[in-house]
Ligand binder design. Structure first.
Ligand SMILES: Nc1ncnc2c1ncn2[C@@H]1O[C@H](COP(=O)(O)OP(=O)(O)OP(=O)(O)O)[C@@H](O)[C@H]1O
Ligand code: SF4
Ligand SMILES: [Mg+2]
Length: 333
């Protein structure tokens, strides 16, 4: 097999057994506890889970932008296009950030410099990260047009733009250097509900047009349903269910995933009440032994509270981190 053929079979992004800890007030926060995922060029993986599940920490680990003090990648590996990210020298990593991989942050409204023209902010990123473009202003204007902002607005300042327009500028910055991978961390949460769908559509259109791989971090199963190829459901720093969108939506198996679906209104059903998951996520400085979901799980049994739970295959072949999947499917029938 030629080197190119070998490459073809290797996913563009591969995260294996990632463990990340923070030190806070003398305690260890177990933020990510053995996460593995992969993503091919041009595909979209949705990473879904409640607040504090470790989603942003995973994205920051991929870009190696965790805080220098207090954060530690304790175990695991991350490979990008075959490169071992965790062992690359910092100057190599700088070439990857913004160019090969870029990120839309969770709170994008603070990501723009209020005293710099928006066009210059886009041009600056191109100057710093791209080998491809030499006329930075021209490329910045082109990006403005691509995200639906007239190029004539190049010299305006962030306060002259609405929230949705600012988010378009952020998207222009993130995509200006044609990244192969985009990490989008709740890219629409901070926006008005009325424009969330518009901005999401824009991200997806551009992602399809440029065949960018997209890791989409979200709380929102509705967004996942419209946008993603694959879905990873994360709970307390561990992926508890992982499969294609069809597998997860047609046959949700982990009690947590089933709970997430219970918390979403179904337009086709005449239901009066939603069923949110009872209880709260566990304290990451003191995770329960065995399955971290056990305090909230109505199927929990003694076997769930002993050892770390392995990943099992469901009947349709996707991954589920639950030792009682057979009992659960019998009870649900
Ligand atoms: N710099 C930090 N120092 C200490 N603890 C941190 C730090 N950053 C994150 N954490 C903790 O790590 C855990 C995972 O956080 P993370 O931000 O990755 O979660 P998340 O899934 O992105 O949540 P959200 O949906 O609220 O954005 C949380 O318990 C969080 O409080
Ligand atoms: S392992 Fe046990 S506690 Fe955890 S989700 Fe499965 S049944 Fe529930
Ligand atoms: Mg987050």
């Amino acid at each position: 097999m030629s080197e190119n053929e070998v490459r073809k079979n290797v996913p563009f992004l591969s995260v294996k057994d990632l463990v990340v800890e923070y030190k806070s007030d003398g305690q260890i926060v177990h933020a990510v506890n053995g996460v593995s995922l992969s993503l091919e060029k041009g595909k979209t993986l949705g990473l879904v889970g409640e607040t504090g599940a470790g989603k942003t920490t995973i994205a920051k680990s991929i870009l190696r932008i965790l805080p220098d003090v207090g954060a530690k990648i304790a175990k695991g590996s991350i490979s990008l296009d075959g490169k071992d990210v965790l062992n690359l020298p910092e100057n190599e990593m700088r070439k990857i950030r913004g160019n090969v991989v870029s990120m839309i942050f969770q709170d994008p409204m603070t990501a723009l410099n209020p005293v710099q023209k928006i066009g210059d902010q886009i041009a600056e990123v191109i100057r710093l990260h791209s080998d491809e473009y030499t006329d930075f202003e021209k490329r910045a204007k082109e990006m403005l047009e691509i995200v639906g902002i007239p190029a004539e607005r190049y010299s305006e300042y962030p306060h002259q733009f609405s929230g949705g327009m600012k988010q378009r500028v952020i998207i222009a910055i993130a995509l200006a250097c044609n990244p192969t991978l985009l990490l989008a961390d709740e890219p629409t949460t901070a926006l008005d509900v009325t424009i969330q769908a518009q901005v999401m559509d824009l991200i997806v259109d551009l992602q399809k047009k440029y065949e960018t791989a997209l890791l989409l971090i979200t709380h929102d199963m509705g967004v996942v349903a419209t946008v993603c190829d694959d879905v990873a459901v994360i709970y307390a720093g561990n992926i508890v269910e992982y499969g294609t969108k069809e597998q997860i939506f047609d046959h949700p198996t982990h009690p947590y995933t089933i709970g997430l679906f219970g918390a979403i209104p179904d337009m086709n059903e005449d239901e009066i009440w939603l069923h949110p998951i009872e209880g709260l996520p566990p304290d990451p400085t003191n995770l329960p032994q065995g399955c971290a979901f056990s305090p909230r799980c109505k199927y929990a049994a003694d076997e769930c509270r002993k050892e770390p739970i392995s990943v099992y295959k469901t009947p349709d072949g996707h991954d589920c981190r639950c030792c009682r999947i057979n009992e659960i499917s019998t009870q649900e029938d």
